[in-house]
Design a protein around this ligand. Sequence first.
Ligand SMILES: *Cc1c(COP(=O)(O)O)cnc(C)c1O
Length: 390
Amino acid sequence: MTTPDDFLIFGAPAIEQPEIDEVLAVMESGWLGTGPKVAQFERDFSSYKGAEHVAAVNSCTAALHLSILAAGIKPGDEVITTPMTFCATVNAIIHAGGLPVLADVDPLTMNIDPERVREKITSRTRAILPVHFAGRPCDMESLCAIAEERELMIIEDCAHAIETEYRGKKAGTIGNFGCFSFYVTKNVVTGEGGMVLARNEGDIARIKVLGLHGMSKDAWKRFSDEGYKHYQVVDCGFKYNMMDLQAAIGIHQLARVERNWERRREVWQTYQSAFAELPVTRPAEPESSTRHAYHLYTILIDDRRCGITRDQFLDAMTARNIGVGVHYLSIPEHHYYRETFGWRPEDYPNAMRLGRETVSLPISARLEKSDVARVVEAVKDSLTARGKKP
Ligand SMILES: *Cc1c(COP(=O)(O)O)cnc(C)c1O
């Protein structure tokens, strides 16, 4: 017999005492909104990434939206992205007035295929928006070559890729913009939160203004002990600022980013060897001269090989008290995009197949050895149950 307490929550974050104490200190300080903690978190993130120009915001979706605006995308401009992503990537392009265009992924890396990107370029293409899926870097050398040749901007969706590196460069510093997420399931969490890196100082200044109503620089200081400051509204902006309450969590989470990465790598490697003999497809090993962020561990369930469908497998895992995820049903599987853009899943066959076969297993740094053993047992057990109702 198992109790609901035994349910292993997918993506539960590793929260420790320092961030709990810091949140309480912020609560007691009287300054909950954007302030000194956000400024400190920005400095810490900037030094972790070795990137000078950063802006904290309240989500990666906001980071993407503002980056696309700062990239100068105008209504009708085309932005090429991957069908193997979270809806927010595509929605941000639409919010900014752009027209999203999908280029299929490489079936092995699950990342956008530069050759497919080339085929999608038109006279209206302005930017490429690659997603470092699961924390594995995209083929940035090819993407940058295309961008340079065709004068396109690159906006990196680094929601999975805080620790990712590609040939000596850190993810988010390779393109013109890098966008990060601190959502609860991500590698560094603030509850909700995001960060933008920009190569150009002017772009980050514009993003900071657009992220806080379009008010002039440093308007958040208007109630500080420096005395009231008048501000000017210089643009029609958005409400995308991060709060000190969120940054208080992020500062301590970021301090443990490497330790947590080591732990997830161990879990990833444990899964890789435990599943070697199973009829599932395991993720490709990281490429040399890159660093994988190990954000997701995904296996593919092909019902002809496994004797169980992907959805039956999801149910079988849940029945064994293991939380699982799907990253992702390909973008054209969703009603809205089909209706609005006429996209069909079969036009992006690699993403379609991956999206229909993929299952994400728990890989949080919070997992104990015994939790990982339970996941391994549940996977083996679910596969030998061969589709029988558990
Ligand atoms: C989580 C995620 C986002 C959105 O991040 P939020 O911080 O929740 O807005 C965008 N892109 C990808 C690939 C994601 O996984």
